[in-house]
Design a binder for this molecule. Structure first.
Ligand code: NAD
Ligand code: TYD
Length: 353
């Protein structure tokens, strides 16, 4: 993997951007990254502005849809791609409930196209790494953790589309011998996350003294993974993971949503004290629950820890503090998103313009 031509799909999204920045700085990687992204509402090429110049000859951006087999084939051939790290997907559960169609196309058909192109690459093709989610396993009760053996029980159109893509990747290994690895991770947070997801949405609203929407009773639990820890885990698996294998990646940080929202309010009150002695907690607004809302996710990552030595480095406290500071330091990035299509979606979703 160290000096290869690596196609990264969805590199202008949240995790893809972080992964590209992480890998180009990694001393063990001297290869070239070919970032293929369709630039949906969630893809922001400004995230990687200046990277091509900074890492001359080691980074290239190609705007393309993974559903367009001809376009992807041409890029694959032109850049002599040795490996693919596949992030590109429609990624937001709420959008999949409102409009599932694009999830079926990008997440299932798009993954199928990439697998076919990788397979046609023959024996010189080295690895297809597929990024997936713990949401394929469904919802946990108060006890227990998802392991790699947990049966798939996806509950949203998003998680069902990711489950389908996981099955395709697995099948291409079993049937065609394609060298694959799959990782199923928990909820990520950190710099560059699009502010439709819980943590950036709450930070940005709290900065602007807007209502903080909490679904249902706020007691749903997610296991939060700082994005840099995730990048490190992906690279570890790509280099040394068993081909055909699946690895769970978790942050060891189970939190109820309401506790996160309160932490963000308190941290922000500490950094930017409210002028009139108010608390941002007053902005918390319980709203109608998401249909089919999974109650709890929690990951057992002992396979990855025991076999490849990875474990998360960031605690939720330290990771959240860094994340809040990043959003405070990148107000222009936030504002440009707020004035784009995202604004319209927020309006339709929350009646908030
Ligand atoms: P994101 O929505 O921020 O970014 C997705 C990127 O993919 C965007 O740049 C978008 O333009 C691109 N894209 C979408 N459809 C495309 C298509 N048809 N062709 C080419 N590009 C396309 O998503 P993210 O949060 O960075 O997630 C990346 C991957 O990680 C996804 O596969 C997601 O399912 C998975 N994942 C994310 C999380 C999380 O908490 N964010 C957790 C588990 C798994
Ligand atoms: P989200 O960031 O959308 O990720 P996912 O649905 O993939 O877990 O949501 C995280 C949790 O926060 C989930 O339980 C839904 C909840 N949530 C809210 O309470 N309010 C919000 O405005 C959003 C976007 C999410």
């Amino acid at each position: 993997m160290r000096s290869k031509n690596l196609m990264v799909t969805g590199g202008c999204g949240f995790i893809g951007t972080n992964f590209i920045c992480y890998l180009l700085e990694k001393p063990g990687f001297s290869g070239r990254i070919i970032n293929v992204d369709k630039l949906t509402y969630a893809g922001n090429p400004e995230n990687l502005e200046g990277v091509e110049e900074r890492y001359s000859g080691r980074y290239v951006f190609q705007k393309a849809d993974i559903c367009d087999a001809e376009a992807i084939k041409a890029i694959f051939t032109e850049y002599q791609v040795d490996a693919i790290c596949h992030f590109a997907a429609e990624s937001h559960v709420d959008r999949s409930i409102k409009n599932p169609e694009s999830f079926i196309h990008s997440n299932i058909v798009g993954t199928f196209n990439l697998l076919e192109i990788a397979r046609a690459g023959g024996s010189r093709f080295e690895l297809f790494h597929h990024i997936s989610t713990d949401e394929v396993y469904g919802s946990l009760g108060p006890e227990g953790l998802f392991t790699e053996e947990t049966p798939y029980r996806p509950n949203s159109p998003y998680s069902a589309s990711k489950a389908a893509s996981d099955h395709l990747v697995r099948a291409y290994h079993e049937t065609f011998g394609l060298p694959t690895t799959i990782s199923n991770c928990s909820n990520n947070y950190g710099p560059y996350q699009f502010p439709e997801k819980l943590i950036p949405l709450i930070i940005m609203n709290a900065v602007e003294w807007k209502p903080l929407p909490v679904y249902g009773d706020g007691k749903n639990v997610r296991d939060w993974l700082y994005v840099t820890d995730h990048c490190e885990a992906i690279w570890t698996i790509m280099q040394a993971g068993e081909r055909g294998g699946t690895y769970n990646i978790g942050g060891d940080s189970e939190m109820e949503n309401i506790a996160i929202v309160e932490m963000i309010c308190d941290m922000l009150d500490g950094i930017i004290p409210p002028p009139d002695g108010r608390s941002r907690r007053d902005l918390i607004t319980f709203v109608t629950d998401r249909p089919g809302h999974d109650r709890r996710y929690a990951i057992d990552f002992s396979k990855l820890n025991k076999s490849l030595g990875w474990r998360p480095q960031e605690s939720f406290q330290t990771g959240l503090r860094k994340t809040i500071q990043w959003y405070l330091d990148h107000r222009v990035w936030c504002e440009r998103i707020e004035t784009g299509e995202y604004r319209q979606w927020l309006k339709e979703h929350y009646g908030q313009g």
